[in-house]
Design a protein around this ligand. Structure first.
Ligand code: PMP
Ligand code: GLN
Length: 380
């Protein structure tokens, strides 16, 4: 078979989690919590299974979940969406991203992405016959130069993919960034995918800003969210995509033949929790800010230099005072010899990088962070 993705191997997340397991290392690599979700959510899932909600959900998602998503979107962003025609429940944000890309990108189209970029964008674009145009962002702030982005737009540019709060850098779009994005999309008639899976994890009292609030963006944008992130259940693979009815129609044509519908009991369980405990979402930023601060405090006496983290549950760290190894080698060494797994930053960029920066996931119990930090502080 001639590979359609010749340059693709096994994802770095699988590689590093496997290496961590083989060497009994503390796994701060792949992004997932090591603590349980709310007991209310877990009980609700069991209740839904016992109640017999175990058959196919409607293709677009169970109605009460779509209604709760509409209410949440109104509460957080003041945007009113039609639960029937504009919201589609998906098997994680990953599926939503893949389907939105297939819906928009045609052979020969160009798609702008910002490196370091989440790893699933480029393969999905290439499977649709498109080509990713990579704009590299620079440490430590990873800000976007929007004038430079305008200069990269060509007659072939069809789509721009943005991600705020940003994995892996923790960068968060300002109001100016959102306006600049809206101008760009309007001026060039582009489509936009806004990957907002860390939307509820914005720190230091900053406003939670979203594509949902940019009226100039709404008729051309797919906004992607993830319940896996928001409710600490990454293994449930449940997310959703909000887009205007004409775009959602095209999105659903593909979604129905990729997945048809997503795990029914989890849809009902999340709908119930959104209804009964909406404050769980508002508490998320404070919850993760505490973890970010704990981790930073614990690493204060280490030789790692931490970069700014304004959102997400990832912390970048510069290890240049510890080693001259490149970041891939350093992560391997750190896992095997020192029992802490992390993700090398360079794998998120197409251009070769020698930044000596790695990513830690701090979505962990306090004791896990303490134990990891103790090991990291021994490296000097
Ligand atoms: N986008 C980004 C930026 C992510 O970090 C992730 C999860 N790691 C996803 C999408 C995929 O989310 P899900 O687990 O809901 O598929
Ligand atoms: N989003 C997670 C991360 O960045 C990983 C998801 C995956 O393993 N595909 O760590």
């Amino acid at each position: 078979l001639r590979s359609k993705l010749p340059w693709v191997g096994t994802t770095i997340f699988t590689q590093m989690s496997q290496l961590a397991a083989e060497h009994q290392a503390i796994n701060l690599s792949q992004g997932f919590p090591d603590f349980p979700a709310s007991p209310l959510l877990l009980d609700e899932l069991n209740r839904q299974v016992a109640a017999g909600n175990n058959q196919y959900a409607p293709m677009s998602g169970v109605a009460i979940l779509r209604q709760q998503i509409a209410a949440l979107t109104a509460r957080c962003y003041g945007r009113l969406v039609d639960a029937d025609t504009e919201i589609t429940v998906t098997s994680g944000a990953t599926e939503a991203l893949f389907v939105a890309i297939q819906a928009v990108v045609r052979p020969g189209d160009e798609v702008i992405v910002f490196d370091p970029a989440y790893d699933s964008y480029q393969p999905a674009v290439e499977l649709a016959g498109g080509k990713t145009i990579h704009i590299q962002l620079a440490a430590p702030e990873y800000q976007i130069d929007w004038q430079a982005v305008h200069r990269r737009v060509t007659d072939q540019t069809r789509l721009i993919i943005v991600n705020s709060p940003h994995n892996p850098t923790g960068m968060v779009f300002s109001a100016t960034d959102w306006r600049a994005l809206a101008d760009l999309v309007q001026q060039h008639g582009l489509f936009c995918i806004s990957d907002e899976v860390y939307e509820h994890m914005v720190f230091d009292g900053a406003a939670q800003l979203s594509a949902h609030q940019q009226t100039a963006l709404l008729d051309r944008t797919f906004v992607v969210s993830s319940f896996g992130k928001t409710f600490h259940v990454t293994g449930w693979k449940l997310g959703y995509c909000i887009a205007p009815a004409n775009l959602s129609l095209e999105f659903r044509k593909i979604h129905q033949y990729v997945i048809f519908s997503s795990f029914t009991p989890a849809q009902f369980a999340i709908a119930a929790v959104l209804q009964q405990r909406p404050q769980l979402i508002a508490e998320l930023a404070g919850f993760y800010q505490q973890k970010r601060d704990q981790f930073a405090r614990l690493l204060q006496s280490s030789a790692f230099k931490l970069l700014p983290c304004k959102g997400t549950y990832f912390q970048l760290a510069d290890y240049s005072a510890i080693s001259t190894l490149n970041d891939v080698e350093f992560c391997h060494w750190l896992t095997v010899e020192h029992g802490v797994a992390a993700i090398p930053l360079s794998v998120f960029s197409r251009q070769e990088q020698d930044s000596k920066i790695i990513r830690f996931c701090f979505a962990k119990q306090p004791a896990t962070l303490e134990q990891a930090a103790e090991r990291l502080c021994r490296l000097n």
